[in-house]
Design a protein around this ligand. Structure first.
Ligand code: PHE
Length: 342
């Protein structure tokens, strides 16, 4: 019995010296002092001893137990002290006067171009409006004179939600809302994110940005449309821009056009960017269809107006020379942070 208390003490000493955390101390405590621990086992053996030896052996076991308790306690205190010391040193060595590395964020190219176009239109007296991304069939199609069978309603193109609503496929979805909000006369632009169920490649994205504009008043004509587009684009590209109109079909405009600009890269001589045609297709537009004005509560006998749907994403790509549309939604900060507000 005496011998085993000696071995226990030695074992304990060895383990205690190695212990470097409170968790290790805790398991030592269980191993030696726990209900099924080494001391408890000795106590059990004690029962079998003859009465005259019990007393003495009992004392030895108790002393061993106390010694273990005592040393565990001391080591716990010691570890706590060391930890405190470590924290103090860490705090002291922290130098708040050292400069931290600051990296500034940057604006997304779409944000840059959007702000620029907004400012130009605001200076020409246009309101800048915001509109939902989740819209209903009426606003996206019906109110825009898009009949039920029109391919734009095809499930292929439109993301429908379970509740029957949809993600707006074009910013024209806000036209009716703006007409109802302001009545006539009105001039407003409304940039927004649009969604189409398309497979993506360097030129196509399922998520892209447009900037729509309408101007409604008495005697608005195609020449007003051309003037505003030419002025805005000349500002954006910081050079005199030549535009041309080609016929284009959209159910909500009559007549409808595709507006092209003379290629800003080759000046019209022909280059890979304009596929050697000298022109870049930029912006569908037209005179607002009388049915659309009527749906917006505006009398088409009294008022006329134009509408355009500028491809902001396309414009940003042209202005900043971005070759792959997918970069814009990639979240690739290295690629996106290089565009500064020039
Ligand atoms: N909403 C049309 C589209 O996204 C563009 C457009 C807008 C055409 C306004 C004419 C007038 O394709």
């Amino acid at each position: 019995m005496l011998e085993s208390t000696q071995t226990i003490k030695e074992q304990f000493s060895l383990l205690l010296d190695k212990a470097a955390s409170t968790a290790e101390l805790e398991s030592l405590k269980v191993e030696f002092l726990g209900k099924k621990g080494k001391i408890a086992a000795l106590m059990n053996e004690l029962k079998a001893l003859p009465a005259d030896r019990k007393r003495e052996a009992g004392q030895v076991i108790n002393q061993t137990k106390q010694l273990i308790e005592q040393r565990l306690h001391e080591k716990t205190e010691e570890l706590a002290m060391r930890e405190e010391q470590r924290l103090i040193e860490a705090a002291e060595s922290y130098d708040e006067s050292l400069p931290t590395e600051l990296s500034l964020g940057s604006y997304h190219p779409i944000t840059l171009i959007q702000r620029e176009v907004e400012q130009i239109f605001a200076s020409m007296g246009f309101y800048v409006e915001d509109y939902d991304e989740v819209v209903d069939d009426y606003h996206c199609f019906e109110a825009l004179n898009i009949p039920k069978h029109h391919p734009a309603r095809d499930m292929q193109d439109t993301y429908y939600l379970d509740n029957g609503q949809l993600l707006k496929t074009h910013t024209s979805a806000a036209q009716n809302y703006i007409m109802r909000k302001y009545g006539a006369p009105v001039r407003a632009i409304f940039p927004g994110r649009c969604f189409r169920n398309e497979s993506t490649d360097a030129c196509h994205e399922n998520t892209f940005f447009q900037l729509e504009g309408i101007m409604i008043d008495r005697n608005i004509s195609i020449s007003n449309l051309i003037y505003f587009m030419k002025t805005m684009l000349s500002e954006v590209f910081r050079q005199d821009i030549t535009v041309r109109l080609r016929p284009g079909f959209f159910p909500f405009v009559e007549p409808g056009f595709e507006l092209d600009i003379r290629c800003t890269i080759c000046g019209g001589a022909g280059c890979p960017s304009c596929k050697n045609s000298g022109w870049l297709e930029l912006c569908p537009c037209g005179m607002i269809h009388p049915n659309v004005l009527t749906a917006g509560g505006i009398d088409p006998e009294e008022y006329t107006g134009f509408a355009f749907g500028l491809g902001l994403t396309r414009l940003a790509m042209m202005k900043y020379g971005i070759k792959d549309i997918r970069v814009l939604n990639s979240g690739n900060l290295r690629a996106l942070s290089q565009f500064i507000d020039a």
